[in-house]
Write a protein that binds this ligand. Structure first.
Ligand code: ATP
Length: 251
């Protein structure tokens, strides 16, 4: 039988001050699978991701990693355990060049090797700048062509590639992606999702938040639909697809 999910939320409630926005969320990301979390604006998707990476403590319920309860662990502790997030704003330095961003990544990675969940590089191995550059340009040749350009002036898709490079440099066990497709042309989104699909095929567990279903369904193994802080539908894409339009209308 399969082991416990790599990432699991059990009965998670969370909010801002007195206002609860997640009302008992159950969500599981099995090892090596892509789970798409869909839902309209304000449903609570970003809050859910923030609970998963330790940026937002739940007021009730549990976060589990590979069966181990880690509720309340800091973002740093969860990062060390292999949870990596690419936030909606992408987390890159707009006023640095692509190459300078990669240098910053190589410095950060040198300090964060050795994963708690059994994936990633051997403990103690160092991320050399040359190595980071080589891997980045091999995966995304356009970043090589644009190495001297300020990251803030890259196209949205190119910025997303740079953000993915940062995330993948740490060989995470669990990758959390927030609205990867936002503002990007469909062709670019397909390209990025192709890469995401390959990462999952290599064993990474991936939770993707998206507002719109179409682009993410082809690579998702499971879909969960969130509405007003609750998971209202979950299953294989084929099972959930028929109900999607209703969910988006808030019905
Ligand atoms: P979006 O696609 O717009 O990011 P979402 O599904 O990710 O939506 P959240 O960002 O998680 O939803 O927001 C859920 C609810 O929590 C919304 O009603 C939002 O207004 C509220 N909220 C989010 N962040 C804060 C905050 N810092 N303070 C107060 N309320 C917040």
């Amino acid at each position: 039988a399969a082991g416990p999910p790599l990432l699991e939320l059990v009965g998670v409630c969370a909010g801002y001050g007195p206002i609860e926005v997640l009302h008992g969320v159950d969500l599981a990301v099995p090892a090596g699978s892509v789970v798409a979390l869909l839902g309209p604006n304000g449903a609570g998707k970003t809050t859910t991701l923030n609970v998963c990476c330790g940026l937002h403590p739940p007021s009730a319920g549990d976060l589990r990693l590979a069966g181990r309860t880690v509720t309340g662990a800091s973002a740093e502790a969860l990062a060390r355990l292999g949870v990596c997030t690419v936030p909606e704003r992408r987390g890159i330095f707009p006023n640095l060049t692509v190459r300078e961003n990669l240098w910053m990544m190589s410095q950060a990675q040198a300090g964060s090797r050795g994963r708690g969940l059994g994936r990633g590089r051997p403990r103690g191995s160092r991320a050399s700048f040359a190595g980071v550059e080589e891997v980045a340009y091999a995966r995304f040749p356009i970043l090589g062509e644009r190495r001297g350009q300020l990251a803030g002036t890259l196209s949205g898709g190119q910025q997303q590639m740079l953000a993915l490079t940062r995330a993948l440099g740490t060989s995470p066990a669990v990758l959390l992606l927030d609205e990867l497709s936002m503002g990007l042309a469909p062709r670019v989104v397909r390209e990025l999702y192709e890469i995401v699909g390959r990462l999952a095929a290599d064993g990474m567990s991936i939770l993707i938040v998206e507002q719109f279903a179409r682009t993410v369904l082809p690579i998702a193994d499971r879909v969960a639909v969130m509405l007003h802080g609750r998971i209202v539908d979950a299953g294989a894409p084929s099972e959930v697809e028929a109900n999607l339009s209703a969910a988006y209308l808030g019905a």
